[in-house]
Design a protein around this ligand. Sequence first.
Ligand code: DI6
Ligand code: FE
Length: 402
Amino acid sequence: MPFDRLWRNARIATLAPDRPGLGVIENGALATTGERITFVGPETDLPSDTRAAETIDCAGRWMTPGLVDCHTHLVFGGNRAREFEQRLAGASYEEIARAGGGILSTVRATRAASEDDLVQAALPRLDHLIAEGVTTVEIKSGYGLDQESEARMLRAARRLGSERKVGVTTTFLGAHALPPEAGGDKDAYIDHLCTKVLPALAAEGLADAVDAFCEGIAFSIDQTARVFNAARALGLPVKLHADQLSNLGGAALAARYRALSADHLEYTDEAGARAMAEAGTVAVLLPGAFYFIRETRKPPVDLFRAAGTHMALATDCNPGSSPLTSLLLTMNMGATLFRLTVEECIAGVTREAARALGRLDDIGTLEVGKSCDLAIWSIEDLAELVYRIGFNPLHTRIWRGQ
Ligand code: DI6
Ligand code: FE
């Protein structure tokens, strides 16, 4: 039997770079052997022997790579809905934080939660992503801020990947906020992260990458560079929450360290955009956070296009600034709020998101040799994935050939 599974009569957006645009094949077929894609192309190019254990007629439906959410804080304890109500009533983010709310309220709840609690709380969020065709999700720590709690978050993230048929990549974000017990000393906290916490978590194999929040209200360029040096010494790739609320030069710093991605980027300037393009650092745009905190400054999409910076889109799912668990809605926001094209939005949650995770060799496009992660959609036009609001046209989702 040449194939395990064969999908026929599909319109396939392969996202393969050897075809223009979204790499569309009309009248396409895709076949697998085990977890891997072993044929993708026009029906007319199928080999003469098309026997397969299972053959599926797609009836002309659209097929895309499985969606990749390359920036989430999916694992956390507690609930910030009351804080949302306070903000609607006029309280500022800073006032809430000073009263003990904000990010530190999530830190308290996360520290109080067991690994099981964290998994159970995250599963409905993960299931919502999966229901829309997500096959790979990145999950950050950063609400523990001490070694044991950060490790527990990352173990919970890894467990989510065994509880569901989904790929999980983990990111250590110890440099997200300063914990209360640090007594206001950011430099000492960064030293502790670099010399104790990160090496211990890396030795346990808990982190696939390292991230930091480089911002006036978080950590400086110099402190971020120290985190990046520690990651480099351990052989871990880096990424950065950069230029979200101000321009400290985060994008350029990320590029200097050949970061996988720099994320948010509302305040990034032309030099930053160019440096990212040259370094191959992906611009991960997060329209959910832009929308939810009512930011008005947009990321410089024209500069990214002119420089040739790759652009991805992600939910940034987190309880404070982006309580969003829909990549379909994220695409709609990317188009309406940031003026991305339909092609940029679809590439941004597939090929470019895979690139932002350093996983483009394995996922993100439909090409022979890659993992068979795909989504089949009941739509007439690919633009419907971006155009519709609150409607889920997913027909079938396949992860690793199943
Ligand atoms: N940027 C954000 O917008 C969130 N974290 C970050 O680095 C905020 C997270 C929170 O408020 O819980
Ligand atoms: Fe984030």
